[in-house]
Every structure is written in structure tokens, then in C-alpha cells.
Ligand binder design. Structure first.
Ligand SMILES: [Zn+2]
Length: 321
């Protein structure tokens, strides 16, 4: 069996083709083309699938698509997404449209959910029974493996840790979703930048302020670099970040009693700076049992979304046999 995984992002789409053993046979990264609308974009994806259909003629092909936002995983419909800029669709029946053009009905799920499966199969090699995977990037996504199977919830939206509230202050930052106090508004890249700018304004002589002023639209790496140079303002910044993450994670661990939490996505590269404060929040919980044996890991594979989609396509098809 051949698995095709398609990870749709706001800027790029990653496509992975894997066999049952997990070997990567092909991988492509293309821009998310908006010019021809959603219909043109579907044609492009269908073109890839049909190409592999010809290449692997005689073998069973299974396809899964990860999409950012609110996904109806049962019907393969993207219900809502603020980051994809297709003006010609509101709710988008991705599965049906790809089926019409390829003859293969794909699974469609939230991108962080499929990334969680990717981490579970590759980094963890299916060790662990209940796992929470948090993707730290522009958005803060979550995916859950419960009882060794992907758990998507009643509506396909399980694990939306980014929009769990960690502050109820009227001054809490505004999230991209329109609410205040979401974890993402503190530790998503937009929130990180906003917080870093505020810290730099308060401490204009700091290394953090210097690193940020180097670049007009600075990258998160500038905040890493300041911490690397021992800047106390940057170190405090990452310590606060660890505390925010710790509060969000503690709430999920108390709810689900998972055995493993894995952080992935670009921002997880700053783990050496935020991890001590994060662990401190977990260690300071009064209800100790779920935290005692908890494994807290970092996955640095930037392709877990696409790989996870391909592996999940295979896993799902094998279960259905
Ligand atoms: Zn939110």
C-alpha cells in the first residue's frame, strides 16, 4: 500500500508519498497557489494524486489531507479557516472534490491532528498509550492519541489547545480567533512577537531590543539569539513563555491524564530556554499523580504534518480492511 499525505498550510503545501514500511518515496513542497481559487488548487492537488496513481498502478493508494482550522473529519469538509485566503469557498468539501477528480476518497483532518500521528509513528514509534502533541508555530495546535489511536473528538476538533484560555483578564491579549486570553495569543508567533516588542520597548538598551531592531519584520530567531547571548530580558521572556505553556499543558494533563506530551513546530526549538519554567508549573501542581511519570519530549522534525498524513492514510486503510 502507498500512502499520500498532503499538509495544506497558509503559505506552503507539503506532499509526502510513503510505503507501508514508512520509507519516504517522494516529497514535494509547493506554494499554496491562491490565484486560481480553491477549484484551481484542488485541480493541482488532484494532478499530484493522479500522477502517483499512474506511477504506482496496481497498488492500493490511500490519501489523507491535513488542513488548518475547523475540519469535519467525518465528511472531509473544512468548515472554517481564517488563514487560507481562498475567496471562492467558505465551507470547503475537500474530500468530495478530490474524489471527483481522482476516484480516491481521502481522509481529511485537522493538520495538528495528523502531525500528532506523525510524531506518534516516527518519533515515538508508537510508544505511549495516551499522547498529546502540541504544534508551536503561527498557530498553536494540538493532536491527541488516546488508547493508541488518533482521537479526533465528536466533531473533529479535539485538542484545540491553542484556544484554551489561560487568562481571564480584560487586558489579556486578543487572539486571531477573536477572543482574549487564548494560549495561542501568548505563545503563537504573533503573540510571541507582540510580547517581545513590548519587552524591548520597556528595555531599549537590552540585547533583545538590539536583535529585534536589526530586522524590520523580525523573526522568532531574533529572540532565540538574544537569549543565547545571555540577555536577561530575553531569558525572562522565554521563562514567561514556559509558564504560559505550562499552564495550558497542565490543564490538558489534568483533564486527560496522558502519559506523554510532545512539543513540535518551529518555536519548540527554544525549548532549552522555556522548558525549566514549563516543568516548574507542572511540578507545582497540587494534584501530583498525572505529572509524576509524564514524559515531556521535543520533536524537531519539520515534516511530521505531511508524513503523519501519509502514515495515517495507510493506518486508516489497513484498519478498514
Ligand atoms: Zn483563540
Amino acid at each position: 500500500m502507498i500512502g499520500i499525505g498532503i499538509d495544506i498550510g497558509g503559505t506552503f503545501v507539503k506532499l509526502f508519498v510513503l510505503n507501508e514500511k514508512g520509507d519516504i518515496l517522494h516529497n514535494h513542497k509547493i506554494e499554496t497557489h491562491y490565484a486560481k481559487g480553491a477549484a484551481g488548487f484542488i485541480d493541482e492537488l488532484a494532478g499530484f494524486i493522479n500522477r502517483f496513481k499512474t506511477e504506482y498502478a496496481g497498488q492500493t493508494l490511500a490519501v489523507a489531507v491535513g488542513a488548518p482550522g475547523d475540519v469535519d473529519n467525518k465528511n472531509g469538509v473544512l468548515r472554517y479557516n481564517p488563514n487560507l485566503k481562498f475567496s471562492d469557498v467558505s465551507t470547503w468539501p475537500i474530500a468530495q472534490q478530490l474524489y471527483e477528480k481522482t476516484g480516491i476518497l481521502p481522509r481529511v483532518a485537522n493538520d495538528a491532528t495528523l502531525a500528532a500521528w506523525g510524531v506518534y509513528e516516527t518519533d515515538l514509534r508508537r510508544q505511549g498509550t495516551n499522547v498529546l502533541v502540541i504544534t508551536l508555530g503561527t498557530g498553536v495546535g494540538g493532536g491527541l492519541i488516546l488508547n493508541k489511536e488518533l482521537y479526533q473528538g465528536s466533531n473533529g476538533t479535539a485538542g484545540e489547545i491553542g484556544h484554551a484560555k489561560i487568562s481571564f483578564s480584560a487586558k489579556a491579549p486578543l487572539c486571531g480567533c477573536g477572543m482574549r486570553g487564548c494560549l495561542e495569543s501568548f505563545v503563537g508567533t504573533i503573540g510571541l512577537k507582540r510580547r517581545a516588542l513590548a519587552a524591548a520597548r520597556l528595555h531599549p538598551q537590552s540585547e533583545l531590543a538590539r536583535q529585534i531592531s536589526h530586522e524590520k519584520d523580525f523573526k522568532i530567531e531574533a529572540i532565540f539569539r538574544a537569549a543565547e547571548k545571555g540577555c536577561s530580558v530575553a531569558l525572562k521572556f522565554w521563562e514567561d513563555t514556559g509558564r504560559y505553556l505550562g499552564i495550558g499543558i497542565a490543564n490538558f494533563v489534568l483533564t486527560l491524564d496522558v502519559d506523554t506530551v510532545v512539543l513540535t513546530g518551529g518555536v519548540s526549538g527554544a525549548a532549552p530556554y522555556f522548558m525549566p519554567a514549563l516543568k516548574q508549573v507542572l511540578d507545582s501542581q497540587s494534584f501530583k499523580t498525572p505529572f509524576k511519570e509524564l514524559k515531556l519530549l521535543v520533536s524537531q522534525n519539520p515534516n511530521v504534518g505531511g508524513i503523519g498524513a501519509a502514515l495515517y492514510a495507510i493506518h486508516h486503510a489497513q484498519k478498514a480492511r
